[in-house]
Write a protein that binds this ligand. Structure first.
Ligand SMILES: *[C@@H]1O[C@H](CO)[C@@H](O)[C@H](O)[C@H]1NC(C)=O
Ligand SMILES: *[C@@H]1O[C@H](CO)[C@@H](O)[C@H](O)[C@H]1NC(C)=O
Length: 150
């Protein structure tokens, strides 16, 4: 039942903008650093503050992770980023591998994998939620550090 409910919650992502929280922590959000909407701005974890810098649009399955009401997308720099590559925003570009994620539901939330190559959207230092910690690419290893909720 729990997984069914979380699947329903994520289904709303298709239609609406939402915060993305690390593994059920509703006080922390994926955030565009300093709210600067420009190519290359870093993406970090930060206290949720309901600003546009924390509102994302995505959907289950193949998806971009777009900053709501903008044409900026969460971007992994390259098609196959090495472990530890910091995420950033960049203008959304159709079908570019660095912006093509695959969102799959887990029992408690969901994982964003880049393309189909086992690279996950991950929170550095074992999911450390300290403000400013880096949202990065890391090989998917089935930990909770790469589970995102809304
Ligand atoms: C941002 O990147 C896109 C695509 O690479 C480019 O077309 C655009 O000119 C860049 N924007 C700025 C302000 O440099
Ligand atoms: C997305 O993930 C699902 C579940 O792991 C998988 O079946 C599907 O092939 C993936 N799609 C892409 C485009 O990677």
């Amino acid at each position: 039942m729990k997984s069914y409910l979380s699947l329903l919650a994520f289904a709303t992502l298709v239609l609406s903008q939402t915060a993305l929280n690390p593994n059920g922590n509703g006080n922390k959000c994926i955030d565009v650093k300093n709210g600067v909407f420009a190519n290359g701005t870093a993406v970090q974890i930060y206290d949720c503050n309901r600003t546009p810098a924390q509102q994302w649009v995505a959907s289950l399955g193949p998806t971009t992770i777009r900053l709501a009401n903008t044409n900026f997308c969460l971007d992994s720099t390259t098609a196959a980023p090495p472990n530890g590559t910091p995420m950033r925003i960049w203008q959304c570009i159709d079908n570019i591998a660095a912006q093509q994620w695959n969102f799959t539901a887990t029992p408690t939330g969901g994982r964003f994998t880049l393309g189909n190559q086992g690279i996950c959207l991950d929170l550095r230092n074992a999911g450390d939620v300290t403000n400013g910690n880096v949202v990065q690419a890391w090989q998917c290893v089935g930990t909770t550090y790469d589970v995102w909720t809304n």
